[in-house]
Design a protein around this ligand. Sequence first.
Ligand code: 13P
Ligand code: SF4
Length: 350
Amino acid sequence: MAAPTLTEPLIEAEAERLLRVLMNVDCEPQGRKWNLDTCREIAPLTLEINRLKKEKNAVILTHSYVEPEIIYGVGDFKGDSYYLSLKAKESKADMIVFAGVVFMAETAKILSPDATVVVPDRGSGCSLADSITGDQLRKLKAAYPDAAVVCYINSTAEVKAECDVCVTSGNVYHIIANLPQRRILFVPDRLMGHNIRDELKRRGIDKELITSDGTCMVHEEFTVAQIAEARAQFPGLKVVSHPECPPDVAAASDFVGSTGAMLQYVKSTVAPYFLMLTECGLVGRLEVEDPEKTFIGGCRLCPYMKLNSLEKVRDALRAPRPDQIVTLDEDLRRRAAHSIERMFELAPKS
Ligand code: 13P
Ligand code: SF4
């Protein structure tokens, strides 16, 4: 079927729709300012992607860290790792385009094996997921045979296949607190492991946590000096951070949680200023969805998330290249699915 011609009025209407959503996005690390001209530039692309989605019975899942023109221009679902894995599991689409990073697309394939799952850029790794292999985890497991093996969702399918239960930043405390084992082998985030230890102690829960040595290259860079400086300059400031941050940063924050929980916290909190210690995409989402709030900068870019673009989404949807299609060995997929299904069973029911 030939693609319909994109007429001027169609493009103009789409540019106006995009501008209504994107006009408040100020945190634009790529330096783009959203006005009618920039919206007109991307309108043919968003129109084509939205048409291809229908034609191919596809859905686009977007993590909150990707560019706002992807989230609001073409995305069907937006959110954190937990929410998006639920959406992948529930999906009836023939094709899932995951605008996020490779481990998220792999998780979608694990949960929706009959769908064609595509990732816009195969290079969109993650410093956490890339920090430990299945082999390295098998060695750690042999050293701690009595431990429950818990993997953060920011891990490869190979690592998930070795785990008893997978967790996300939105359910990690609840799941670990309720595991029968006292000793927990938690991979791959050393800093998050430290934050879990601190939080469980605060809740009076006695667990021994052994971690591997991964870190998030974005969140590990935030410092308490940055918080102190911002608090001195902006009285009444609320500091909001992700549990991948260093423990002293988490301790000095007003709120620590998953990107979904951070979003809810800001929306439900009255304060003159917010410092978001996370990836800048989340600030972009808040500028769209809660434009009255003031953010004082400080966020950082994830180079992997920023590899996503409308052009790459369009190409992956139109005719995915082999490197854009996620494939998994069936035995590995089943074993990885077990740890994720266990997460759905044990996560708090909202
Ligand atoms: P969330 O699950 O909180 O969105 O975190 C994903 C992530 O990669 C944070 O760096
Ligand atoms: Fe991975 Fe950190 Fe990027 Fe999240 S922000 S995808 S943890 S490198």
